[in-house]
Design a protein around this ligand. Sequence first.
Ligand SMILES: C[S@@+](CC[C@H](N)C(=O)[O-])C[C@H]1O[C@@H](n2cnc3c(N)ncnc32)[C@H](O)[C@@H]1O
Length: 286
Amino acid sequence: MAATQPEKKISLPSKIFDEMAKKYENGLGGAQNDIVRALLSHSKENHPIDSNSVIHDNACGPAVATSEILNQSIAPPPKIFATDYAQGMIDITNSYKERRGWDTVTVQQMDGQALSFEDAKFTHSISSLGVFMFPDEKKGLSEMYRTLKPGGWIGVTSWKDVRWPTAAIAAYEKLFPAAEEPLILPILKNWMDPESCERNLRQAGFHDVKAEVVPCVNRQLSKEIGASAFVEFLRHVSPTITSWDESTQERFLAYYSNLVEDMFSPAINGNGVELTLYAIVASGRK
Ligand SMILES: C[S@@+](CC[C@H](N)C(=O)[O-])C[C@H]1O[C@@H](n2cnc3c(N)ncnc32)[C@H](O)[C@@H]1O
């Protein structure tokens, strides 16, 4: 048996994202920004952001969508509410707000499954690589629906293929060929193809829904640096791995790390290495 999604979704406590906050930003090597730019192009076509927009960046991480929106230099900038349940992510977002003079950005620690905003507050509600991993993603989407104005725009993203699970499964099969239990990974089957993402949005009440697969690039200085972020992530998120003793964990993660390193190839621009990942961007209207 190779790998499986658990019956019940793996609930990742905010502590994990607190610990990963500093590494997260570099760990995806800018792929997260490629994804948000693709998502924002949907908004441009259907419900453009302007100075009067009131935007929620939900599960903002290190202010990824917020930064990309403000990089568009809309004058005056729109109001953005950036929220996340992990204090580490909130601290980074606050430091950007201060350093970059983001006067129209409000930063708040908040669980996306229980937003403290009033109904119909936002013109745009964005959750990039966020709501799909909430323990109760239906509640997350219904909170996004509740807090959007009628006619407002929702944009969410998820992973089609983040690449590291293939290496994790290969390492498990190689090191534990007789394992009776599958390697449990947070693989999110109902968010892994555009049709499922569209269905999730429709079921939450949104219309004019569309979703597509977009490539994005994880750019790193070296393949060792690139692999180390994926090692740290997997170390924390697989209940199978956390149940092992330390030496088994290290043996497995070293093997997995080598497999991930081999996935990177020299960067096209000659600087460092890169790995193409595949995301899904999905959007709709309330
Ligand atoms: C993969 S990161 C995505 C961050 C960012 N939106 C981006 O585009 O890169 C997932 C984020 O979701 C946040 N998160 C996970 N569950 C959450 C919840 N229930 N409520 C709020 N934030 C949550 C994590 O703290 C983390 O910052």
